[in-house]
Design a protein around this ligand. Structure first.
Ligand code: SAH
Length: 408
């Protein structure tokens, strides 16, 4: 890849930053119109940035950090994740939860257990609860709705669902119950690779699910794995371009980690530098998206969480699943989540953040995108048919501690 394209891509980002300083006034609060920043980068630019050598990589990371600070602030949002079932009907080649992995001991948590864990997490200060599972059809949409309602009745928190592919009607039931966000990673934007890795599934169906979620007014999260077999920098560029065209509110981007009881057992893990560059470029292209320093990144390298936070990430997703279940939710082995205490490791995270001069956000950390503030996007099909602000209950003010969406 020519150095000229790389220099020009870096120049474009620097020019965009110089022409519209995106400084925020308060932690987690973005100000001003949507930036032209991400839109200016072509697929060629993105490939060049992804292939940056060590010298330019430092510049890339510094730019991503500057964009993160400018658009999203220094506050880091913690999302407490509850992995409530390890049953899965899918057979994804990379995932330890795949249906054909007979070695895995499976579990399901009851709704009461889930609500008790969520209550502990919210008492510990979490303002977002993420409910994640394998694609487990044992739980009907109405069951998931009961989880959401129970959590939201008990505390002023946001709920994110990550329960895989369902019909539009099922998603609508979950949304009506008050679920704020939905995370469904596209995994890879290469349709052929997608089909090979996900037997019986298509990228087209995945994108249709994402379109339903968008239409129902969820804050939508997607994302991809870095280091899949057959993936190139161009594939990763397409991942980032897809995230841009989906206009996601959040994106989970983390390295592949091989699981011994899957067909990809002997495939090497994703490369640390490429994972960080993909995250950094995603920050440049999606300045207003919530981007986690993923657990996979922290599992790949002991300093992975800090590195992620220093090249674009503004979210951490600590695991609050009871340990007896957590060790069974084995997407990949050796997760750092296994070493964390019940509360997900808050003390360690606070220490890490204070070392970086950053703080834990006390808000729900909704999307700062203006479209959500105005209530005139697809989000206007909000909870119980009301625009998002109204649906949120209102009256709490847009300050830290309230749950109103953080808009500049
Ligand atoms: N059933 C849900 C949740 C899947 S697990 C769904 O389909 O959305 C959550 C994420 O773990 C997946 O989206 C995938 O990106 C990631 N994952 C699974 N196996 C992995 C592996 N071996 N290495 C890295 N990430 C993995």
């Amino acid at each position: 890849m020519s150095e000229h394209i790389l220099a020009s891509a870096i120049g474009k980002v620097q020019d965009a930053l110089a022409s519209k300083p995106p400084r925020t006034q308060g932690a987690g609060t973005a100000r001003g119109a949507p930036p032209p920043l991400g839109a200016g980068l072509t697929e060629g630019d993105i490939v060049a940035l992804l292939e940056a050598g060590p010298g330019e990589q430092r510049t890339l990371f510094a730019l991503a950090d500057e964009v993160r600070r400018g658009f999203m602030g220094d506050a880091v949002h913690l999302r407490g994740i509850i992995e409530f079932s390890s049953y899965c009907v899918r057979n994804c080649l990379y995932c330890g939860l795949r249906r054909d992995n007979r070695r895995l001991v499976r579990y399901r948590m009851s709704i009461d257990e889930i609500l008790a864990v969520a209550a502990r997490a919210t008492a510990a200060g979490y303002r977002t609860i993420v409910l994640q599972s394998g694609d487990d059809l044992h739980y009907r949409a109405e069951d998931i709705a009961r989880m959401v309602e129970g959590i939201k009745q008990a505390a002023d928190v946001a709920v994110t669902l990550s329960v895989g592919e369902r019909s539009r009607q099922e998603y609508a039931i979950m949304r009506r119950a008050g679920a704020d966000r939905f995370l469904l990673k596209h995994e890879t934007a290469d349709p052929g690779l997608y089909s090979r890795l996900h037997p019986g599934m298509t990228l087209e169906d995945r994108l249709e699910c994402l379109a339903h979620l968008r239409g129902l007014g969820f804050q939508v999260g997607s994302g991809n794995i870095v280091g899949l077999p057959g993936q190139t920098a161009r594939t990763l560029a397409k991942d980032i371009m897809l995230l841009r065209s989906l206009d996601v509110e959040m994106a989970g981007i983390g390295p592949f980690i091989p699981h011994p009881d899957t067909p990809l057992a002997s495939h090497p893990p994703g490369d640390l530098s490429m994972s960080l560059r993909t995250l950094a470029v995603a920050r440049l292209v999606l300045p207003l998206a919530h981007l986690p320093a993923t657990t996979a990144l922290a599992t790949l390298h002991p300093d992975g969480r800090r590195m992620g936070l220093e090249c674009g990430a503004n979210v951490v997703m600590p695991n609050v699943t009871p340990l007896e279940f957590r060790r069974l939710y084995e997407i990949y082995p050796g997760s750092i989540a296994l070493a964390a205490p019940d509360d997900g490791g808050l003390a360690q995270i606070h220490a890490l953040l204070s070392g970086l001069g950053r703080q834990v956000s006390h808000t729900c950390g909704h999307s700062p995108k203006p479209a959500w503030a105005a209530g005139h996007s697809a989000a206007s099909v909000g909870r119980r048919g009301l625009p998002p602000e109204t649906a949120r209950g209102g009256g709490r003010g847009g300050h830290e501690g309230g749950c109103k969406w953080q808009i500049g």
